[in-house]
Design a protein around this ligand. Structure first.
Ligand code: PGA
Length: 254
């Protein structure tokens, strides 16, 4: 298995450009980059340009939290893929549950964003996951497979190589509750099986699938020790350089 572990920090609506700069300096002072673990920060749009200038040589990669699917034009408030590339981004989240729930993004929109990211040369990190009600009702597989078919529509085998999937049970995001490592493993295994069924075994073996939802220094090692979990999408615990570094170190020890 040669899937490089990916530890991505989704900062959500936190940190100004100056605070971003401070984070990068502190983090790169405390964490020693290693090729086995790819570390990514995902700051707000307003910090991307500053981050993009500071990260070369630090081993830290850069991603955006969202993007728009048009190339340019009269779309007030939106940000185009090529603007993200120009700031130094190589990744973009698409379909984060907060975008879906608070900003009414539906699957067709997520799909268009994902396709736009791919055609611009960005690697999309597609977020999928079930609500607490769906979880309790035993509808995890149904929800996830529905999201995968809609959100990955029109993505060919070659482009799929650049897609990362993040499984984030919505009830575990920002709540301090995590799926158990076994539960997370089972759902991620199911996602990999879906990829095998809809693409092929090679695609399933190669695609990176992350877990997200209250990942912390204390639970990262157990989650990352699961065979199908290829990394973590970290929210709250990615805001402090030391806790994010501890999670990245846990990935190094996998
Ligand atoms: P959390 O957020 O780690 O704060 O639960 C994860 C996410 O939303 O990506």
């Amino acid at each position: 298995m040669d899937r490089t572990t990916l530890i991505a920090g989704n900062w959500k609506m936190h940190k100004t450009p100056d605070e971003t700069e401070e984070f990068i300096r502190e983090f790169s002072g405390t964490y020693e980059a290693a090729p086995e673990v790819e570390v990514l920060i995902i700051p707000p749009f307003t910090s991307l340009e500053r981050a993009g200038k500071l990260i070369p040589g630090t081993g830290i990669g850069l991603g955006a939290q969202d993007l728009y699917f048009e190339e340019e034009g009269a779309y007030t408030g939106e940000v185009a893929p090529r603007m993200l590339l120009a700031c130094g981004c190589s990744y973009a989240l698409v379909g984060h549950s907060e975008r879906r729930a608070l900003f009414h993004e539906d699957d067709p929109t997520v799909n268009r964003k994902l396709l736009a990211a791919l055609s611009a040369g960005l690697s999309p990190i597609l977020c999928v996951g079930e609500t607490l009600d769906e979880h309790r009702a035993g509808k995890v597989a149904e929800k996830i497979t529905r999201q995968l078919s809609a959100d990955l529509a029109g993505v060919g085998r070659e482009d799929l190589k650049r897609v990362v999937i993040a499984y984030e049970p919505i009830w575990a995001i920002g709540t301090g509750e995590t799926a158990t490592p076994e539960e997370a493993q089972d759902t991620i295994r199911l996602i990999r099986a879906w990829i095998e069924e809809h693409y092929d075994a090679h695609a399933a073996e190669g695609i990176r699938i992350l877990y997200g939802g209250s990942v912390k220094p204390g639970n990262a090692a157990a989650l990352l020790s699961q065979p199908d979990i290829d990394g973590a999408l970290v929210g709250g615990a990615s805001l402090q350089p030391e806790s994010f570094a501890q999670i990245a170190r846990a990935a190094l020890d996998r």
